[in-house]
Design a protein around this ligand. Structure first.
Ligand code: BV8
Ligand code: ZN
Length: 270
């Protein structure tokens, strides 16, 4: 496929085929990645890293091996990311997705992100493929438990912080996220795969589409006949498979999509 790449600034500039599909009350599947939270100030996995973390690749830090090697380094990184999240607000992209969900009876939102910004924007039934930053579990016995308040005051860059002890067995707490080399939650992954095969419109937003098995989802949707629309400020490997590529920031483009859907519905209802 050779999609036209456009950078729309108004709802009218969105591709005609997409506007038409939106007027037909399609089953919508949305996959988001770290890019959708970037305008809320949360670092993506490709941003330049600062301080202690400058020399570490998140893909090496987000592993059980890194935690076994240096639990304080890994826990401190997540503690800092929790702090950043508590300071962050959902952006216009999160808000637009929550508004879109209320307009379409069949709307599945699946995220690779471990933040809660979709929920805070009002999205419901969000499927977290990679877990949640604000939840902790014991590295040894697996028991989920509330994350104690950050042990450190506000810091500009992550610091080493010793993980708290598990209330049940005294083992070390870890973030309840899926690290590289760990399996994704089976129920969430199965429901995402099923919904991607049944959707009419797959919106792939703010993801480098390089992390598997999440990156398989857009291909499952196309193979099942869905329209694939990519929203990203840069090129991604999935662009070449897309029907439409909307180049730009999700905080700018998603509100246009939501407006277009609203008017398409009004026209469709006329
Ligand atoms: C597993 C939680 C196996 C932690 C994360 C094939 C099949 C299966 C596995 C593999 C495979 N090939 C390789 C693997 C292994 C690996 C993998 O995919 N590696 C990659 C690097 C090749 N996969 C795994 O390890 C997975 N586990 O498969 O287990 C197994 C099987 C059996 C038994 C045991 C094990 C686990 C993967 C999950 C890892 N955990 N997160 C944490 O967050 O700390 S993934 C992590 O990376 C985040 O979730 C994040 O979402 C993701 C990075 O991807 P993106 O979200 O796309 O973010 P990124 O920064 O990369 O890109 C941002 C994008 O946004 C960019 O495109 C940018 O242009 C754009 N953008 C930026 N700003 C904006 C914007 N776009 C629009 N608007 C903006 N404003
Ligand atoms: Zn325990």
């Amino acid at each position: 496929m050779h999609p036209k790449i456009i950078s729309p600034t108004t709802a009218e500039q969105l591709p005609h085929g997409l506007l038409e599909l939106l007027s037909e009350r399609p089953k919508i599947f949305v996959l988001t990645g770290a890019g959708v939270s970037a305008e809320s100030g949360l670092q993506t996995f490709r941003d330049k890293r600062t301080g202690l973390w400058a020399q570490f690749d998140p893909r090496r830090l987000a592993t059980a091996d890194a935690f076994v090697q240096d639990a304080a380094l890994v826990w401190g990184w997540y503690e800092w990311r929790r702090q950043e999240l508590l300071k962050a607000q959902p952006n216009a992209g999160h808000d637009a997705l929550a508004a879109l969900q209320s307009q379409f009876p069949s709307f599945t939102l699946v995220t690779q992100n471990v933040d809660d910004l979709h929920e805070r924007a009002g999205s419901s039934s969000v499927v977290h493929l990679h877990g949640q930053l604000l939840v902790s579990r014991c590295f040894d016995c697996g028991r989920k438990q509330p994350t104690p308040n950050p042990a450190i005051g506000h810091t500009l860059t992550p610091q080493r912080v010793q993980p708290p002890a598990c209330v049940a067995c005294g083992g070390l707490l870890r973030p309840d996220v899926v690290w590289f080399g760990e399996e994704l939650p089976a129920d969430e992954l199965e429901s995402a795969r099923k919904a991607s095969r049944e959707c009419d419109l797959f919106l792939c937003i703010g993801t480098s589409a390089e992390v598997y098995p999440a990156a398989e989802l857009p291909h499952e949707a196309i193979d099942a006949g869905a329209m694939l629309v990519v929203v990203n400020e840069k090129r991604t490997p999935v662009d070449r498979s897309a029907h439409h590529v909307l180049r730009g920031q999700s905080g700018t483009i998603l509100p246009l999509l939501e407006r277009a859907a609203r008017f398409a519905r009004l026209r469709g209802d006329l």
